[in-house]
Each structure stands twice: as C-alpha cells, then as structure tokens.
Design a protein around this ligand. Sequence first.
Ligand SMILES: *Cc1c(COP(=O)(O)O)cnc(C)c1O
Length: 444
Amino acid sequence: MTTGTSQGIEQRRVLRTEIPGPRSRELHARKVAAVASGVGTTLPAYVVRAGGGIVVDVDDNHLIDFGSGIAVTNVGNSAPRVVDAVRAQVEDFTHTCFMITPYEGYVAVAERLNQLTPGDFEKRTALFNSGAEAVENAVKIARHHTGRSAVVAFDHAYHGRTNLTMALTAKNMPYKQGFGPFAGEVYRVPMAYPYRWPSGSATCADEAFEAFTTTVRVQVGSDNVAAVIVEPIQGEGGFIVPAPGFLQRVADWCTAEGILLIADEIQTGFCRTGDWFASTHEGFVPDLITTAKGIAGGLPLAAVTGRAELMDSVHVGGLGGTYGGNPIACAAALAAIDTMQADDLCGTARRIESIMRPRLAALAAKYDQVGEVRGRGAMLAIEFAEPNSALASAVSAACHRTGLITLTAGTFGNVLRFLPPLVIGQDLLTEGLDILDAAFEEVL
Ligand SMILES: *Cc1c(COP(=O)(O)O)cnc(C)c1O
C-alpha cells in the first residue's frame, strides 16, 4: 500500500477551507445554471487532481477517498501504467470502430477477461461503454440463446438506469420515479438478506431459496425464463452479502431448469472483494458475467463474458455499438489489469479488510444504532438498524465536512459504504477511519 506521495500528491488530509470551499461554491453555482438538476452531486468539492487515496479540490483541500468514484478507481486515479498506456494509445489512434476496422487492444482485453473470470470452460467476451449497456446485452444474449423472454431479478438489486435496467433495478427513488413504463417480462424475487430476513438469519437461505423457486415455477414458469440476474454482493442495495450457500443453490437450480445465471459483477469485480470476482467467494460459476466500473482505471468500458456457445449463438452484427471497446479504454483496461496482477491488489483488498473491519466492528459495539457491519475485502458497510436515511446521511455529511469522501447506499438509504482505492496507504486508511470515528461521535 502506498505511503508518502502518489502521483506527486501528498498522501494525507489537508483542509485549507471549509468543504466545499469558495472556488467549489463558485463552480457549483455554474453547475446549477448549466447542468440538468437531475444529475446530482454527493459532495460538490470540484476536483483538479487525484492519486493514491487522495482527491485534491480547486481550493487545494486534500480529501481522503473512501469512494473510488463508486468502485471504479481500484488501481487509483491516474495510475502510472494506465497513464502511460492511455498516452501512447491516444497518440496512435483514438477510434476506428471495432465493427469496421478492428485492433488488437479489444482482442487482448477479451482474452484477459476470458482467462480471469470464473469458469473452467471456453469463453467469449463483447465490450461496451457502461455497466447498464453490458447488462442490456447480457439479457439480449440470454434471450437469443434460450428463445425465452422472462428475466428474474432480486429485491434490493441495482442494474442501471436504462429502460431495461431500470426495470431490473429494485429501488424506486431516485432511479425509477416517473420514468416508466418499464421494460416487460421482468420478475422479482426476495434476496437472502440475513440481517432483515423476517424469521431470522438461520432460516434465511432456505426460505429465500424456497420463495425463489416457487415464484419462478408458479408465477413465471421455468420454461419462460431466459435468465436470473444477481449481484454476488449487492452494491447500491447496501453491500448485502447473500446468506451462505444461497447463490450456489440458485445456480444449481437454474442449470437444472435450463435458465442462464448472469452474475452482475460491475461493482464487485477486479479485486474489490479480495478476489478477482465475488462469485468465486460465493461458490458458484455464472454462465454470463457483466463487468465495468473497476475494469479500466476510470475510463469508460464494460464487458459481457460468458460460455462460448452462448456468446457465439448470436448472429453476426447482432451485438456491438459505435464506441464499444474504444481503443483508449482498452489500453487502460490492459494496464489496469497488469497493475492488479503485478501489485497483487486482491491481496491488498484483503489487507484493507483486516484493518477496516475491526474498526467498523468497534463502532458497532459502541453504538446501539448500528445494526450490522458486513461486506468483503475493500467493499465494507455499516447498516443502521432504523430503516431510514437520517443517521447515514448525517454521518456521511460530517465526514464530508471534515475531508473524508464517503458514500451511502441501501434500499432505505441507511447504509454507509466504504470503497477505498486499493492503492490507499495504510496511514491514510487509518486517518480516514479516525475521521469516521469523530463523525460518529459528533452525530450519535
Ligand atoms: C453501477 C452498476 C451498474 C450500472 O453501471 P453504469 O456504468 O453506471 O451503467 C450495474 N450493475 C451494478 C451492480 C452496478 O454497481
């Protein structure tokens, strides 16, 4: 883990003004006048530089980053290998459209993903621009291959903001309110969410599995279902780790019923949970896997990777898009993956957990309002017992004022989630946790 400086940025918190400072407030006034208000900002400190675990704003405040731009900058901002690769690629060529005149970078990213994703079988990959677009395409492939139309998603799921992915996403506000009608043939089943399971965590996996199979058999009809889509650890839903064994049973049952299982690893992928992909921890092998966020060190890229016979069942020209697998994004992805391998960032995510989890557990022990600490690797969360956003919002706001970037999540908005860049230094991680302690002290 990095200490000292990273990309020339000193790795410690520096507060020169209140947060946001005067220059940020000026820019924010321009934002309000120019940018659609539907595009919100969590912490309107306007950024000029970032690296390691620090984000520097226009007022020269150094903020500690526990968000990674929502699990994107796993290798850090402007990671050296990514910068070099992007610079070289941008000088060679920026776009040809892979569907017109192809290039090696796209093929190399596909090869790497086929190798790194779970499953000991032949795979193929197709590249896209965003997570939502990858999910859309995974569903297209599953429908085309099976000749079935229904898709089953879980309570608390988040799969994106396009029309089909809004339908797959569970939470109404802010993602769906007023944006319907949504895509059809989407069905929802309970998630095995141990902390809030009505009869308790011990019965959660069995009862959730029973509810899942009953709904699919009775309400939808197994023969009509193309795919079940699931996040192996739910992201926006509040870092819900499914009850042990649940996903493996779902996977086995899907196989028996001829239903494809899509793992949405857009937030959990690329060393975030201490392994390349979280499906591995949960003990199942998906047929199709969607990736994005952490894939390319901050450049927009997404992928669907899956069994060769499924992926290749689509007619030529059936998949694609103008920008999908852009050469600069591909160069960045290859460099980001090299970085994760060379610097063992999966090991680093586990080390981050070993430092953070005891500190979060100490908060849970001290404050009755904390319901649960959970997650895996460098994807950890605190859920407040009260199912409303008051405490999470207040603690998060206190963190922001004191220079720590934190995010909230959860169906009830009552989860504080922590996603530090995997290259954050140990001192900075500890300093961030001290700020969190102080925020709890202030608010609770
Ligand atoms: C962020 C996210 C998406 C959507 O990705 P975008 O790039 O924002 O379209 C889909 N699924 C999961 C699990 C996510 O976390």
